[in-house]
Design a protein around this ligand. Structure first.
Ligand code: DQA
Length: 145
């Protein structure tokens, strides 16, 4: 089974992107941590990061046979309507992750257009949030294969 790890704009530069907000782990560190979390279940991780919405949409639509997804939409959370529609058509459970606590930040980050469709959301726990999301997906899939 393949778990999708999807990251939107500006998340490819994690590690050096406003580290006081997003921490110092790189996306490669996060990929490794998520892979370690799910390897016991025999899952592989396919990590895809795109700065443009269309590339994310294309990947979500072509990877419908994956087991589930972890999605950090970055700033597409605010107005990523085509991302939202592709996730609406994604047939498997997925979890939204934000490294920072978006509700402790600017007003424009307080609403996510994809959140109403997520199985669950993890915010404000930094890179740990991705690992927690991976564990949650393992449990969700175990309960509802
Ligand atoms: C983010 C929060 C978003 O508001 C922001 O645009 C990002 C990162 C996070 O992980 O905390 O790019 O999704």
């Amino acid at each position: 089974s393949t778990l999708l790890l999807l990251n939107g704009p500006n998340l490819g530069i994690l590690g050096r992107r406003e580290p006081e907000i997003y921490g110092t782990d790189t996306l490669a560190d996060i990929e490794k941590a998520v892979a370690a979390e799910v390897s016991g279940a025999g899952w592989e991780v396919l990590s895809l990061q795109h700065d443009s919405e269309g590339d994310l949409v294309r990947d979500i639509n072509r990877l419908h046979d994956s087991v589930g997804a972890i999605v950090n939409p970055g700033a597409l959370m605010m107005a990523g309507w085509s991302l939202r529609d592709s996730l609406a058509a994604y047939p498997r459970p997925w979890i939204e992750v934000h490294l920072s606590n978006v509700w402790a930040r600017e007003q424009f980050r307080h609403e996510s257009v994809i959140a109403p469709l997520a199985s669950g959301i993890v915010v404000g726990l930094g890179s740990l949030g991705y690992r927690l999301a991976a564990r949650a997906l393992l449990e969700l899939v175990e309960r509802n294969p």
